[in-house]
Design a protein around this ligand. Structure first.
Ligand code: COA
Length: 180
C-alpha cells in the first residue's frame, strides 16, 4: 500500500466517498455532487502548499490508478488553540481488509517524525463501530464524548487522541510488513 497527494483527477473518488448515502451514513448523509470538483481543487491547493496532508490510499503500488480511499491530517483552531485532526474513508469494495488501519498508521508514523502536528485528534460518530475500532487498534486513547461538526452538520462523537511520536501500536505501517 502507498499514500499519495490528492490530484485533480480524484473527483470521481471524492464523489464515490462523499456523495454516497452508505459512505456518509455516519457523517450526516451524502453531500451534493456539484461541490466536489471545487472541493478537490481546494484540497489539491492545500496539499501542494503543505498546509494539510490530504492523501489518497493506493492499495496496490503496482496499480497506481486504483484508489481505495483517503486519509487526511489537518490543523484547525479550537477555542483559539491549534488542534491537529485526522479523518479517513475507505470505499466499500476495499473495506474489512485492514486498509483504514494501515493507512492511518502510515500517515501517523510520518506525522510522528515531524515536530509539526503534536497530539492528533479523531472524532468518529459514537455509532461508527468501524472507525472507533480503527482508533482503538491504531493506539489512540479515548478522551470522552463531545459534539463535533463535519461539513456543517453536528454529531455526537467519541474523542480519541494519539501522540504519533510515541503511541502507535505496531510498526504495521511499513508496506513490507506481513499481510500488507
Ligand atoms: C470506517 C472505515 C474507514 C473503515 O475502513 P476499513 O478499511 O474497512 O477498516 P479496517 O479493515 O482497517 O478495520 C479497522 C478495524 O475496524 C474493525 N471493523 C471494520 N469494519 C467494522 C464494522 N463494520 N464494525 C465493527 N468493526 C469493524 C476491524 O475489525 C478492525 O479492527 P481490529 O484492528 O481490532 O481488527 C470505512 O468503513 C469507511 O470508510 N466508512 C465510511 C466513512 C466513514 O465512516 N469514515 C470515518 C469517519 S470518522
Amino acid at each position: 500500500m502507498r499514500l499519495r497527494d490528492v490530484e485533480p483527477g480524484d473527483v470521481g473518488a471524492y464523489v464515490r466517498m462523499r456523495c454516497d448515502p452508505v459512505m456518509m451514513a455516519e457523517l450526516g448523509g451524502p453531500l451534493p455532487r456539484e461541490g466536489m470538483a471545487a472541493k478537490v481543487a481546494r484540497d489539491v491547493r492545500q496539499a501542494a502548499a503543505d498546509t494539510a496532508w490530504i492523501k489518497m490510499i493506493i492499495p496496490d503500488g503496482s496499480v497506481p490508478g486504483v484508489v481505495a480511499g483517503s486519509v487526511v491530517l489537518w490543523s484547525h483552531e479550537d477555542s483559539g488553540t491549534a488542534m491537529s485532526e485526522i479523518g479517513w474513508m475507505v470505499l466499500p469494495e476495499f473495506q474489512g481488509r485492514g486498509i483504514a488501519k494501515t493507512a492511518v498508521s502510515m500517515l501517523l508514523e510520518l506525522a510522528g517524525q515531524q515536530d509539526r502536528w503534536g497530539l492528533v485528534h479523531a472524532f468518529p460518530a459514537i455509532t461508527n463501530a468501524a472507525s472507533n475500532a480503527v482508533c482503538r487498534s491504531a493506539g489512540f486513547r479515548f478522551a470522552g464524548e463531545q459534539q463535533t461538526s463535519f461539513a456543517g452538520r453536528i454529531f455526537r462523537t467519541n474523542h480519541w487522541v494519539i501522540n504519533p511520536a510515541t503511541d502507535l501500536t505496531t510498526p504495521n505501517s511499513r508496506s513490507d510488513a506481513p499481510g500488507h
